[in-house]
Design a protein around this ligand. Structure first.
Ligand code: ADP
Ligand code: MG
Length: 566
């Protein structure tokens, strides 16, 4: 501490660049501060710091982190405490640019494996950033002293030291997360793809605010369809389940169909206590599909859904920089299946209608040989029967899927009602002919030319930046990702950027199928830790799913594939 104080006195009033001399590590009372990287000016990304202390000082017992799930949960809990302590201790927006602020990862409703906090039985590390204070472009040493010698120790003290009085809350947090894993793990053995517990609150504050809607109507599952599921730390819960197969969610507009589907799509993640979706879980590979007109597609075999285009384009290796709604959705399905997705989630609100359905009258009017699109309704049973693909589809506007559905749930004033039998009675006369796609959906390897996937920007330096969850800057390319609803945190997208660069640098993955190669890079991250994918330790990374990693690469205009060898 004395060393740091002396350094600050020496640089007092000098130009901002003199802050560089603070780089290093300093022993404080009870913890060690590492200043890993000092920002070049007050407007640049804030200075990267870490504190390290003995786990013993927290008084947290080992059983709170004695397996990976519990460890991730307690790290999440501690990170949230640290963020809350910053908010309580430090007033925001002091000084120009980011100067005067402490920053830590943004904790949302999900519990993710992050690089922010790491704990084991001896050592606890927290990564954060400090905007070193400036007075115009000079060093403001007085403010820096307040931040480093008063605010930081106060934050550490209240967030991390001797938190035994909050042990119950910590334990509840960890057990709640472990219950969600326990619940999700039962889906497979019980042939289910999703479960929604009675009493869940699915509605969100708004489309851009993922917190629970206050005073929303909670799910009340009728006894006739309720099933019971055991938990690890609590008594069994009842709820509604969606079985493996074809599931429809029907109902009038505004009755909560899309809200239910969104809860299912988010059920691949664990949620914090109080979220309302703590007991909503889904099969962990499930993938939400959108129509995305304008997206790039590189070398995808879309023949199961689109063939015989009027311009005679090759649909077995379909490539475009500006897809239509239906071709984007066709490509997304084929890509998802090759990325190991077992469950497709589709909402009519965000789909191309000509991709989902073509009714009898339209089939009579437009002859089959004039329509390149085979709608999903004519493929869905084969996907289920030959490829074991399940579907949950929101469909309020057409009965075309009634005869195909294994389960039909109607949302009626936000409540689920089983309508399977009624829908089957209405559908009795419909028979939908399917032609065989077995030949086509043989998953042929897609081999990217991975040299193309370079993050090196125009400056000659790698440039990887995530803007929320909707845009990735990767080298000179900006990849728009509006359709990836299951990318929930900008920290996941940043990791995806670094994983793609890692993939690009790994020569051993040339000539390897893209999904296999990306899977290997992701598995290495899980084994070896976040610091192996970035040039220096970073605190704002979180683990993405393979499905989103692959989906981002598939949307890159830089992506070029080796021609298929037959
Ligand atoms: P649909 O897809 O059936 O048209 P949505 O799921 O989009 O309906 O829901 C319509 C509106 O109702 C949304 O604004 C949503 O936030 C709200 N909503 C959904 N479920 C609930 C609920 N359980 N309680 C209160 N409001 C809800
Ligand atoms: Mg809707």
């Amino acid at each position: 501490m004395q060393k740091l104080a002396n350094l600050l006195t020496r640089v007092e009033g000098q130009g901002y660049k003199a802050y560089q001399r603070l780089q290093g590590d300093f022993q404080f009372d009870g913890f060690r501060l590492f200043i890993d990287h000092v920002q070049g000016d007050p407007f640049a990304e804030s200075s990267r710091c870490r504190i390290v202390l003995a786990t013993q000082l927290t008084a947290l017992p080992d059983h709170l982190f004695n397996n990976p799930i519990r460890r991730i949960a307690i790290e999440d809990y501690l990170g949230r405490r640290f963020a809350a302590a910053i908010d309580a201790t430090v007033e925001g927006n002091r000084g120009s640019g980011r100067s005067g602020d402490f920053e830590i990862a943004n904790y949302g409703q999900q519990v993710l494996d992050r690089s922010t906090v790491s704990i084991d039985s001896s050592r606890l590390e927290v990564r954060f950033q400090i905007g070193l204070p400036a007075d115009n472009r000079r060093i403001d040493a007085g403010q820096a002293r307040a931040m480093l010698f008063e605010e930081l120790p106060a934050v550490v003290e209240s967030a991390l030291i001797r938190i035994d009085r909050d042990l119950d809350t910590a334990e509840r947090h960890v057990n709640c997360i472990e219950d969600q894993h326990f619940l999700r793990a039962q889906l497979e053995t019980r042939n289910l793809i999703a479960f929604i517990a009675d009493g869940s609150n699915l509605a969100r504050q708004s489309g851009v605010d993922d917190r629970p809607l206050q005073n929303a109507i909670r799910i009340k599952v009728p006894d006739s369809i309720a099933i019971e599921m055991p938990l690890k730390h609590h008594p069994p819960v009842t709820g509604v389940a969606f079985p493996v197969g074809i599931n429809l969610i029907v109902g009038g507009g505004f009755h909560g169909k899309s809200t239910l589907l969104r809860a299912i799509e988010q059920g691949v993640y664990d949620h914090i206590p109080g979220d309302g979706r703590e007991l909503v879980v889904s099969e962990s590979s499930c993938f939400k599909l959108h129509a995305e007109d304008g997206r790039a597609i590189s070398g995808v075999d879309i023949r199961p859904f689109i063939q015989n285009l009027p311009d005679a384009r090759d649909c077995s290796f379909f490539t475009t920089t500006n897809a239509s709604g239906s071709s984007s959705q066709a490509a997304s399905i084929v890509e998802a299946l090759s990325a190991g997705v077992h469950t497709l989630l589709i909402d009519e609100d965000t789909s191309a209608s000509n991709f989902l359905i073509r009714d009898q009258r339209m089939q009579s009017l437009v002859p089959k040989d004039k329509e390149p699109i085979t709608p999903l309704s004519q493929r869905i049973c084969q996907l289920r029967d030959q490829y074991a693909i399940s579907v949950v589809m929101v469909m309020g506007g057409s009965g075309d899927y009634f005869s195909l559905a294994d389960r039909v749930v109607m949302m009626d004033s936000y409540q689920p009602v089983d309508m399977t039998q009624k829908a089957h009675e209405l559908a009795q006369s419909d028979v939908i002919a399917e032609s065989d796609i077995a030949e086509i959906l043989q998953r042929s390897a897609r081999i990217p030319i991975i040299n193309c996937l370079s993050a090196t920007g125009s400056s000659g330096k790698p440039k990887i930046k995530a803007f929320g969850t909707r845009l990735l800057q990767f080298g000179q390319e900006e990849v728009p990702l509006q359709a990836l609803d299951q990318l929930v945190d900008t920290a996941q997208l940043l990791s995806i950027g670094y994983l793609i660069e890692k993939y690009h640098q790994d020569n051993s993955l040339q000539e390897t199928d893209m999904v296999v190669g990306l899977g290997r890079v992701l598995a290495q991250l899980q084994q070896r830790g976040f610091d192996t994918i970035t040039p220096y330790p970073m605190g704002k990374l979180a683990l993405p799913r393979l499905q989103e990693l692959v989906a981002v690469v598939n949307r890159m205009r830089l992506l070029k594939l080796e021609p298929v060898k037959i």
